[in-house]
Design a protein around this ligand. Structure first.
Ligand code: SAH
Length: 584
């Protein structure tokens, strides 16, 4: 389940919100990797500072709800209901929604009965040392939601489940067939001779109305490698093999494939379509077995039965008596995601970068940026380093990812702009290492410093522009001079990254001398320092006024073109700098 958003309106709720958050963080320390438990406190902008700020409660709750994020709202239940009302008639999958009194004295589950809202209510109430206000009859009577089995189990049919629970509430008893450890403590009316039965089985439900069927995710399907196969064909083969054995699709725990086909996109797509994790193993050498069956032997450490089916030689099925944890099966395809944090503030980070951070097992980057990427989950491994060891860091990321870990490499701004993405690709190209090539590599863009600075100033990059790094660490200064001269001559707006540092004290003055040969002193200049970070400043001035002492290594320098202009809006209004879209 996604981590819940704890939503507050004012300072009065902050202490309770932090207590709830702390209980999730504590639980996160014990959670398996990949379970997002980094819940954040969302607070009304201008009223109180927390982890995430929002502008309007109704719109924010509706957005969270639509995204399927569990909501813990520290305000009146009525407010939450009114805010979400427009979305409720459309009955689809809904996340858990709870109202909690701001002093922590009441915990009221409102929505998401089948998504575990009552379990959340019990957990939060326990953390706050109060009783939850559970109103679901089945839960009250039986002490558990029969229709919401734990991880590793799936309900065969919700409609049938609801009928079954109403029969129980009407006074019938039930038998339990199969292994249902989570029901042992439930106060279910049981009887060995009951008409109704809860059946825990991987076998497909045959439509009998007096049964509540729950499938343990206890079947693994191994597919032999065949590069020509499309995703649909793989899915069809797995379905046919399960059908032939009378097994339910929902009993599938994972798809297993040979390590040699780790980078095959059709397999990844097939696993997505089947809604199961994809795991990899190397086929063992058992004589007389198909290659798919040999995969199962190496990957499955739990006792299991291999199901033979000569009609489907490319798929082998293994059935275990209990639910299988896919994380124990072979290994995952490792991932390396290179992300940009944006200039600093959480809202300026793209959601895909946040998702990658939430899912990461390992986070690499320059210490300052890793800190900016927080809050991280307990259990996520952080490999912070000095800023200079970029190639070494890139190689380290591939080493970790090729062991099957989910690695995130953080850069500030955009990872492809004078940052880690190019270093990662350089390391990959140089390595010729098959294990590195099998890593699922992706690059998530971010808001670069020039764009964040430009937006705050207005639109100085509104026409043709270029981005230049003034650092001569990795390129000769003569190249920088030539590029500056051409860019200045071409009347491009210029964004200077790495304008100056202690080790490079004279380069900026030299660069400005060149620019001044082509641009008049009244040319507009924007200086953005620590934009999007605490204490950030923006200055607009002219090229004639600009001194290198106004600039440090945390500054973005934007030098306008001959057409870049500045104006004040009204008497007390803002100063805007922009470059018009036209040219004369
Ligand atoms: N990948 C980053 C740039 C790294 S180079 C990006 O896309 O933004 C580092 C340079 O970027 C700094 O020397 C500075 O010139 C600029 N910079 C980075 N973050 C900044 C910020 N928040 N405000 C102003 N300039 C910044």
């Amino acid at each position: 389940m996604n981590a819940p958003a704890i939503v507050i309106l004012g300072t009065g709720a902050l202490a309770t919100a932090r207590r709830i958050q702390a209980s999730y963080v504590e639980r996160g320390a014990h959670a398996a990797a990949g379970v997002a438990t980094d819940c954040q406190v969302h607070a009304l902008q201008g009223r109180v500072d927390a982890d995430v700020s929002y502008g309007e409660l109704g719109a924010h709750l509706r957005e969270l709800y639509a995204r399927g994020t569990p909501i813990v709202a520290l305000c009146a239940a009525g407010i939450v209901i009114r805010c979400l009302a427009p979305l409720l008639s459309n009955k689809g999958a809904e996340p858990p929604v709870l109202a909690v009194a701001e002093d922590g004295s009441a915990v009221v589950p409102l929505l998401g009965g089948l998504a575990g809202v009552n379990v959340m209510a019990r957990d939060i109430a326990a953390a706050l040392a109060v009783q939850p206000a559970i109103t679901t009859s089945g839960e009250l009577r039986f002490g558990t939601c029969v229709l919401n089995p734990p991880d590793g189990y799936a309900l065969a049919d919700l409609g049938q489940g609801k009928r079954f629970v109403s029969d129980l509430l009407a006074g019938e008893s039930t038998r339990i067939e199969g292994d249902a450890p989570w029901l042992e403590d439930a106060q279910l009316p049981r009887s060995a001779s009951a008409r109704l039965a809860i059946r825990v089985t991987p076998r497909a439900w045959d439509g009998r109305e007096d049964e509540l069927v729950i499938h343990p995710r206890s079947v693994v399907a191994a597919v032999a490698s065949d590069d020509a196969d499309a995703a649909d064909a793989i899915v069809a083969r797995v379905r046919a093999a399960l059908n032939a054995q009378g097994l339910a699709m929902l009993s599938l725990a994972a798809l297993l494939a040979p390590s040699t086909s780790m980078a095959d996109p059709a397999l990844a797509q097939a696993a997505r379509l089947l809604e199961v994790p994809l795991r990899f193993a190397d086929a063992g050498a058992e004589p007389g077995e198909s290659s798919a069956a040999r995969l199962l032997h190496t990957a499955l450490r739990v006792p299991h039965e291999t199901l033979r089916d000569d009609a489907h030689p490319n798929v082998a099925l293994a059935l275990s008596p209990l639910a299988i944890d896919p994380a124990t099966l072979g290994r995952a395809r490792g991932r390396l995601t290179v992300i940009g944090l944006g200039p600093g503030r959480a809202e300026l980070m793209v959601p895909a970068a946040r998702t990658a951070l939430n899912e990461a097992t390992d986070i690499l980057g320059y210490d300052t940026y890793v800190k900016m990427a927080g809050p991280l989950r307990a259990g996520q491994r952080v490999h912070g380093t000095d800023n200079r060891e970029e190639m070494q860091r890139a190689r380290h990321a591939f080493e970790l990812a090729s062991e099957g870990r989910s690695v995130v490499m953080v850069s500030s701004g955009d990872p492809g702009v004078f940052a880690m993405a190019a270093a990662v690709l350089e390391a990959l190209e140089a390595s010729r290492n098959d294990a590195w090539a099998a890593v699922e590599l992706s690059i998530v863009p971010g808001v670069s410093a020039a764009l964040a600075t430009a937006a705050q100033a207005g639109a100085p990059l509104g026409h043709d522009f270029c981005m230049l790094s003034l650092s001569d660490n990795l390129k000769p200064w003569t190249i920088i001079e030539t590029r500056l001269r051409h860019a200045a001559q071409a009347d491009l707006v210029m964004a200077f990254y790495n304008p100056i540092s202690r080790a490079r004290p004279w380069q900026l003055d030299k660069a400005l001398d060149i620019v001044r040969e082509y641009r008049v002193p009244s040319t507009q200049v924007v200086l953005g320092r620590d934009i999007g970070r605490p204490g950030g400043t923006l200055r607009t001035l002219t090229l004639g006024e600009l001194r290198s002492a106004d600039v440090d290594m945390r500054t973005m320098v934007i030098v306008g073109s001959s057409l870049t202009r500045r104006f004040a809006c009204g008497h007390h209004g803002a100063q805007w700098v922009y470059t018009p879209r036209w040219y004369e």
